[in-house]
Design a protein around this ligand. Structure first.
Ligand code: ATP
Ligand code: MG
Length: 138
């Protein structure tokens, strides 16, 4: 059964001109792009999105980084989408990411790591609803 997940091409990858290459990896892996939009986000929007990390030491830096330039927000669909996207992304720290993963190819550091993907059913539902209205997902 098809499952949906939420993903962001982060500002570092957009700035470096990797948007098309990252989208190509996603499509090559069999994901359908249900919805997609490019926009800059405010610090407050980033803080709301990452609220689960608000006690982590990197919260300030992370939310500042995410609002430094345009990002690409996407809803993706395929069987096993949540786990398969995490696999395609690779480890949070690109130094530990497997060969062939998006972070291995495009990430610069543990913070500026090119892509976000939901980590579970509940977070996917929250993240899709945070950035997309129902009418954008038909
Ligand atoms: P994401 O949630 O973006 O898909 P992830 O699930 O692999 O990434 P998390 O632990 O949820 O990693 O951290 C969220 C994001 O916070 C990371 O992707 C990265 O941009 C940033 N981050 C994580 N750990 C650190 C750290 N030690 N120092 C700086 N930034 C960090
Ligand atoms: Mg995460």
């Amino acid at each position: 059964m098809a499952q949906r997940t939420f993903s962001i091409i982060k500002p570092d990858a957009v700035r470096k001109g990797h948007t098309g290459a990252v989208l190509a990896e996603i499509e090559k892996a069999g994901f359908q792009i249900v919805a997609i939009k490019k926009q800059s986000i405010s610090r407050a929007q980033a803080e709301g999105f990452y609220h689960v990390h608000k006690e982590r030491p990197f919260f300030g830096e992370l939310t500042q980084f995410m609002s430094t330039g345009p990002i690409v927000l996407m809803v993706l669909e395929k069987a096993n989408a949540i786990a398969d996207l995490r696999k395609l992304m690779g480890a949070t720290n690109p130094a530990n990411a497997e060969e062939g993963t998006i972070r291995k190819k495009f990430a610069g550091s543990i913070q500026e790591n090119a892509i976000h993907g939901s980590d579970g059913d509940e977070t996917a539902a929250f993240e899709i609803g945070y950035w997309f209205a129902g009418y954008e997902l038909i």
